[in-house]
Design a protein around this ligand. Structure first.
Ligand code: DGI
Ligand code: FE
Ligand code: FE
Ligand code: FE
Length: 187
């Protein structure tokens, strides 16, 4: 799919702020992809669609999880975790995007997982460091993003888990799997 067509499909599904976030994630993902010698066209398309399902009603997201191959344990966790996996499913159903690499990057962009590949990592990181974001500890992640991809992703994963634990939130197992995976990679 051409990138302009992808943008036109996504825009009506998002708020203005979310759409602008999406465009910044795409720019950041393209920069990271070029820097790390990954196919930037895939990074760009994955980024454009990464939050595609973010504003589907909770009940609709739940229905897709129940009806599909997606892991049912997602339903035991916060609904914020559902838009990645369901988005990956919907882009195939609605736009015929079957590329497993693009689907994987979108599916895991919120939690991460063990054994993430470079494209998965680029979207995971781009979503966190795009210029519109401000999280505690973000400067350090931005500084390391173009030096050490594994270390930057480790920081994202660690910071997110720390943030969630401070709120006593439930943490999805893939979030821990990502943290453990990157901890092994950097040591
Ligand atoms: O969709 P975005 O806002 O651009 O960002 P995102 O999809 O990376 O994250 C959405 C939210 O999900 C963010 O507030 C962090 C949160 N999150 C990430 N991992 C987990 C989680 N929330 C819970 N409860 N458990 C997790 O494992
Ligand atoms: Fe998201
Ligand atoms: Fe994210
Ligand atoms: Fe996002």
């Amino acid at each position: 799919m051409k990138i302009d067509d992808a943008i036109a499909h996504v825009e009506p599904h998002l708020t203005k702020d979310r759409f602008e976030h999406t465009l910044r994630v795409a720019e950041t993902a393209v920069e990271l992809a070029k820097f790390y010698h990954e196919t930037y066209e895939k990074a760009e398309l994955a980024a454009i669609f990464h939050d595609y399902a973010k504003y589907r009603p909770k009940e609709e997201l739940k229905r897709w999880i129940k009806m599909s191959h997606l892991p049912k344990d997602l339903l035991d966790y916060h609904h914020e975790l559902w838009h990645g996996p369901v988005g990956a499913l919907l882009i195939e159903r609605e736009y015929g995007i079957t590329d497993p690499a693009i689907q994987s990057a979108i599916r895991y962009h919120t939690t991460g997982k063990a054994n993430m590949n470079k494209l998965d990592m680029i979207l995971f990181l781009a979503d966190y460091i795009e210029p519109g974001r401000s999280f505690p500890g973000l400067d350090e992640v931005r500084e390391t993003a173009y030096n050490n991809l594994n270390y930057a992703c480790w920081l994202v994963s660690r910071n997110t888990i720390q943030f969630l634990m401070k709120k006593n939130a439930l943490i999805y197992p893939d979030s821990f799997h990502a943290y453990n995976f990157f901890t092994k990679q950097i040591n």
